[in-house]
Design a protein around this ligand. Sequence first.
Ligand code: HEM
Length: 471
Amino acid sequence: ENEPPLVPYTIPIIGHTFSYFFNAKKFIKECREEYGDAFSIYVFGNIMTVLSNEAVSEMFRNHDDFDFIKAIHEDIPLHKFLIYNGGMTEEGNIFNAKTAREQFSGKLDINMPVVQKYLEIGMNKMLGDCSVPKTIYNAWFTINEIIALPVTNILVGEEAAAHDDIVKSFGILAFDMGHLLVIPPIFCFIHQKLHDFVATLPIRFGYNPVRYHRRIAMKRLRPVVEKRLRERKKLGDNYKSYNDLLDFYMDQPNFDYSKPYNFHYHVDNLFIMVFASIHTTSRTAAVALYDMAARPELVEELYEEAVKVDKERNGQLTVADVKKMIKLDSFVKETLRHNDNITALPHYVKPESFTFSSGLTIPKGRKIITYIEDVLMSKENYGEDAEEFKPFRFVDQDSPATKVERSYIIFGGGRHACPGRFFAINETKLFLHKFILRYKVTTQSGKVEDKFRIGPFALPSRKALVFENRV
Ligand code: HEM
């Protein structure tokens, strides 16, 4: 009773699947105009409730009533790959959130010099000298390799991260798992369990992308852990902690290297952080480059700001200096706002039912998804020109890219809003800062490139970017 309206459909079983998958922008917009903040559609054999504006804020305020983990496992069966820690669990997620908050975002002063040093090394390696212009298709992969280097250093320390294989492995881990996401849930038309069966078929035939990555991680991390255990024993209280996640895991009360598979458990936890931290930030940095590439006037303004901040510090920036880059911050926020996903953040209803303040009720087990485009492009919050790309929209607005607001849900909202966002934004800004000082980038076509679309979701464009040294 009193459920959000179910949008009518004509073809049984198929329902709205085609409109949602091939024409999501128009279809969801029309539904929203007709049915308001909450409505249900029938896709891939299931009813899904789409939420916007106030209904989204209510969902974030009552986050404990909504299950994100079940929705993630449905798309990527992490629990089947990460066999030693069970993938993402509620308990594990509390620990991962604490890890991101304390070890990444909470230690920016210590982490940023590491990021700075290795971004420069990564850029040298992957882009290097562009006195002869370099054309790169699908630049996300290149940016991802650059970003993987500083993050791997923060995850496992300089000694292990000196090995190219572990950096490469951490960089591509999320892409390897992402391949499985491409299996569309067509079998859900028959039954959800059939989809689960098909999605996990590669594993049944022995394909587990994590196995290869685990082998590399074990090979590179074991000698470092063993060395540190010896140091800990010898130095006792005088042991000087290393500033990396590996040492943090070694400090945990449940770390016991002598116990079989205990280290595997911690490596699986590490993989979740790899998954959460590299792919997300490299995607943001890549989209920002594509956004910059067709807007030369924007780059020149950012360049002026970059030179000013850089001169004051002779190239060695502190967190306070990164904060001073207000134009860059605004640009990064605008890039994130224009991420072009139509829907995002699927969750499942946990209690018997959930009732919104509007009186609409959804039952236990219902899948919900936010109409993120509507929230991020809301005229009410961003004005009449909400849909325009205005890079300096947030300058002097007391609205940094990290600030979670009801109209800016790129990092989620409420108690479970992304705890890694301070690290992510600082790292992205540092990447762009170093990049702008050294290079110029243009799209090969000379126009703004559209993102690469998979149904309602958007990924960085795969079109060519041309990189040149700044003279
Ligand atoms: C631009 C980059 C990033 C974006 C867009 C992003 C986005 C998000 C979003 C939307 C959520 C909330 C999911 C929900 O509502 O249930 C989230 C949660 C989370 N993110 Fe991020 N994230 C980014 C970077 C990072 C980084 C760098 C880390 C780790 C250092 C990280 C770690 C986490 C963790 C652990 C959670 C779960 C928090 C919880 O459930 O309490 N994220 N992220």
